[in-house]
Design a binder for this molecule. Structure first.
Ligand code: C2E
Ligand code: MG
Ligand code: MG
Ligand code: MG
Length: 277
């Protein structure tokens, strides 16, 4: 674009670029400060078993309680945290905090933690996970790690080795945002995932859109055939819930059940369910 605008645009382009870079380094410094100041918090979104209606797990979702900007969503800081490496200490904090919280929940409720591809590149990840479980006292089978398809593209041999080591610690492995990446279906067979999470982009147009319906139905059937649990993400309406429940998916996650909640509110949600039952 700058080229098409001809001579002189270079000079105009520069300050804009410099500004962007300044904003970026300000955010980076702010992120670093926030880690030290303990400004991050976890919210928990329940996953509900469609057969029983019971909460079987909660996904930990990080938020930044910014002193001026209020609650900042992960989309606004995870990418930079990944580029700068700050995702390593942040990710370690998320893992430890999620495990610590889950220790105080009923035994049958698991906690799911998102892993960045950057964390996955660290060979010590399986030991870090095992060590965190030991330190927090959480049973391994109560932790589920969510990994996106993007992680699987780099190096298949290494991916298989890492996933195998992680599974050996006893944790569950969920393939997150399934259907949005490029991974082939054979990956699902090759890699030791215990769960598929169907991306919410396939749910948005349910139940009326025939193509979305076909895709969701096919993924659930495939998961069942491979002996994997399926969670459907982003279920916002009663109609969507009814559709995926009729298709016998395993669990549902979405605003129709609950938005992500701060820790105490999540416990309140569990209490309310129990009172209603
Ligand atoms: P994700 O792992 O796919 O998490 C689900 C996202 O969908 C969450 O957004 C959740 O609030 C949102 N969601 C849940 N139900 C619904 C619904 O019914 N409708 C709609 N429209 N959205 C729904 P959130 O919390 O903003 O997180 C966005 C992404 O940020 C996550 O996607 C995950 O990739 C990343 N993320 C969040 N926490 C962490 C973390 O601790 N570490 C890493 N590496 N990534 C994280
Ligand atoms: Mg996730
Ligand atoms: Mg997801
Ligand atoms: Mg997603």
């Amino acid at each position: 674009k700058a080229k098409a605008e001809g001579k002189g645009t270079f000079r105009m382009f520069e300050p804009a670029m410099a500004e962007r870079m300044q904003a970026r380094s300000r955010l980076e410094a702010d992120l670093r400060r926030a880690l030290g100041a303990g400004e991050f918090e976890l919210h928990f979104q329940p996953l509900v078993d469609v057969r029983t209606g019971a909460v079987t797990a909660a996904e930990a979702l990080v938020r930044w309680r910014h002193p001026e900007q209020g609650l900042v969503s992960p989309a606004d800081f995870i990418p930079l945290a990944e580029e700068t490496g700050l995702i390593m200490p942040l990710g370690a904090w998320v893992l430890r905090t999620a495990c610590l919280q889950a220790v105080s929940w009923p035994r049958e409720i698991k906690v799911a933690v998102n892993l960045s591809p950057v964390q996955f590149r660290d060979d010590r990840l399986p030991e870090t996970v095992a060590e965190t479980l030991r330190a927090t006292g959480l049973e391994a089978d109560r932790l589920e790690l969510e990994i996106t398809e993007g992680v699987l593209l780099d190096d298949e041999e290494r991916t298989l080795m890492m996933l195998t080591k992680l599974r050996a610690t006893g944790v569950g492995l969920a393939m997150d945002d399934f259907g949005t990446g490029y991974s082939s279906l054979s990956y699902l067979r090759r890699f030791p995932f215990s769960k598929i999470k169907i991306d919410r982009s396939f749910v948005r147009l349910l139940p009326d859109d025939a193509e979305s319906a076909a895709i969701v139905r096919a993924i659930i059937a495939m998961g069942a055939g491979l002996g994997m649990a399926t969670t459907v993400e982003g279920v916002e309406t009663a109609e969507q819930y009814a559709f995926v429940a009729a298709e016998r998916c395993g669990q549902v996650q979405g605003y129709h059940v609950s938005r992500p909640l701060p820790g105490t509110a999540f416990l309140g949600f569990l209490g309310d369910l129990e009172a209603a039952a």
